[in-house]
Design a protein around this ligand. Structure first.
Ligand SMILES: Cc1cc2nc3c(=O)[nH]c(=O)nc-3n(C[C@H](O)[C@H](O)[C@H](O)COP(=O)(O)OP(=O)(O)OC[C@H]3O[C@@H](n4cnc5c(N)ncnc54)[C@H](O)[C@@H]3O)c2cc1C
Length: 461
């Protein structure tokens, strides 16, 4: 334990502090960080109020001790893992719904509430936060805001942050401030609230969020289209978005992903590229489905099944839903190198999917592409033999070339997972020096002692 860390004992009660190895070890990893790679914090604290957070942050700032905010730890780029010890501030006990205002379609929550729990809490009002990541059941609203998360429904409803109106934030000095407004729009001054979005806990700690809500759609249909080849499938997605088909979800999985999924589920679907769609509407949904069918027909769709029952939709979506779990058991000599996440402008979507296929052939190793296709978002799993350094090296080359090509196409090295520690080399490829300089200036201005989640987003040098 660092000598100067015991000041937390004066800020919180015994039940809110742990120096125990198991608690510290658990927060030296997130879903994207191996046990061997993470650094343990010296202490884990569980604030239960904004005042608790402010007290710990203020004292840490005075002592120059790093603080890493930690929510559910489902980050994939090391975002929530300390790089040099200090305090892990676990926000999970701050998980209350504070106030629901159905008349304004708004809810105030503490940051540690899970996405699905928020939706359960407001369901009786017929309201929903429509945009959640696929990890909505296991990740928190605060973590989503800090990572600028999005998901399957972003193609229709935008990112999680598009539904955030106001944030209470503890700044790195310990000051508490409120950013944004409960009004549905504001142009009063710099939009500092959006600076907190995607800042990965490096600029402030969110302690309360006011979220805008939507009414639940009356009609939902879900479907699965199967294509003969990836070019047809990818261009069908692009065409559907460009033509304005009103999809609430449109996801693609490539041939290799379909094979992995079929193997895992023991299903007899063809090992062929598939596109999964969902439609939401209050009226006229059948016309939208027909419109989509017409677009898919233009791209030689082999089959397109649609259901309006919960069970039917669940069946049609199974191959996509279970995919993330399917890779690990697929071949015991192969593991996904990295949970890749890139996004291109929609017109470039077929190009990047094709490029991934070319790389797989050139380097003779399996590369799976799937994800939130309607946003131009590609998740990629480069499959390598983790025990073979040469295989890992080749996989890293493939990943690097894929990200670099994405940036050349006008895309981004991370559509939704953030930079953390894993994507820092690409931040400087994606943004020019002036932009990086401005980002660093913002960090220095708000966090002059560099105590909040140091070592994230920017490289340490
Ligand atoms: C199976 C799986 C599926 C996923 N699918 C998606 C997806 O579809 N879309 C997507 O965008 N992501 C996805 N993710 C990534 C991840 O779930 C999201 O980034 C999620 O928003 C992280 O939330 P968390 O509560 O786990 O936060 P954590 O991982 O604990 O923390 C995330 C970051 O936020 C900071 N932080 C946490 N709480 C606060 C706070 N209150 N104030 C300030 N900073 C804070 C942390 O320091 C860290 O930098 C997926 C992950 C998994 C494991």
């Amino acid at each position: 334990m660092s000598e100067n860390i015991s000041f937390v004992d004066e800020q919180l009660t015994e039940e809110q502090i742990s120096y125990g190895r198991a608690d510290r070890e658990q927060r030296a990893t997130d879903w994207g960080t191996d046990e061997d790679d993470g650094v343990m914090p010296d202490v884990v604290v569980w604030p239960e109020s904004t005042d608790d957070v402010a007290a710990v942050v203020s004292a840490a700032n005075d002592h120059g001790v790093p603080i890493t905010p930690y929510a559910a730890g489902t980050s994939l780029e090391g975002n929530a893992v300390p790089v040099r010890g200090g305090i892990t501030l676990d926000i999970s006990r701050m998980d209350e719904v504070l106030e629901t205002r159905p008349e304004d379609l708004q809810v105030d929550v503490q940051p540690g509430i899970l996405g699905d729990d928020l939706n359960k809490a407001i369901a009786s009002h017929g309201l929903v936060l429509p945009s959640l990541p696929s990890s909505g059941a296991i990740s928190t609203i605060g973590g989503m805001i800090a990572n600028d998360a999005s998901g399957m429904k972003t193609v229709k409803y935008g990112e999680v942050a598009d539904w955030v109106l106001e944030l209470e934030v503890v700044l790195p000095t310990g000051e508490v401030t409120t950013l944004g407004s409960k009004a549905s729009k504001t142009s009063a001054g710099y939009n500092l609230m959006d600076l907190i979005v995607g800042s990965e806990g490096t600029l402030g700690i969110v302690t309360r969020a006011t979220i805008q809500l939507a009414g639940r759609p009356e009609q939902i249909r879900g479907g699965r289209a199967i294509f003969d080849n990836i070019d047809d499938a990818a261009s069908a997605v692009t065409d559907a978005v460009q033509s304005g088909v009103d999809v609430a979800k449109i996801e693609l999985i490539d041939r290799f992903s379909a094979e992995v999924s079929n193997d895992f589920l023991d299903t007899d679907l063809p090992n062929a590229p598939m596109v999964f769609v969902e439609f939401h509407a209050n009226h006229g949904i059948a016309r939208e489905v027909d419109f989509c069918r017409a677009v898919f027909n233009d791209h030689s769709v082999e089959s397109f099944e649609v259901s309006d029952t919960d069970d039917g939709m669940r069946d049609l979506w199974e191959a996509r839903r279970e995919l993330a779990e399917a890779f690990e058991p697929y071949d015991r000599n192969l593991s996904p190198l990295t949970p890749g996440d890139i996004t291109v402008p929609i017109s470039k979507y077929p190009d990047i999917i094709n490029y991934a296929k070319q790389l797989a052939e050139e380097y003779d190793l399996p590369v799976a592409t799937f994800g939130h296709a309607g946003d131009g978002n590609v998740h990629y799993f480069v499959m390598v033999d983790p025990d073979d350094p040469e295989s890992v090296k080749v996989g890293e080359t493939v990943s690097k070339r894929l990200v670099e090509r994405t940036i050349e196409l006008g895309g981004t090295s991370t559509g939704e997972h953030g930079i953390g520690t894993g994507k820092q080399e690409y931040l400087v490829e994606e943004h020019d020096e002036a932009a990086i300089g401005a980002m660093r200036s913002v960090k220095d201005a708000l966090d002059p002692n560099g105590i909040l989640n140091p070592g994230k987003i920017f490289s340490q040098d």
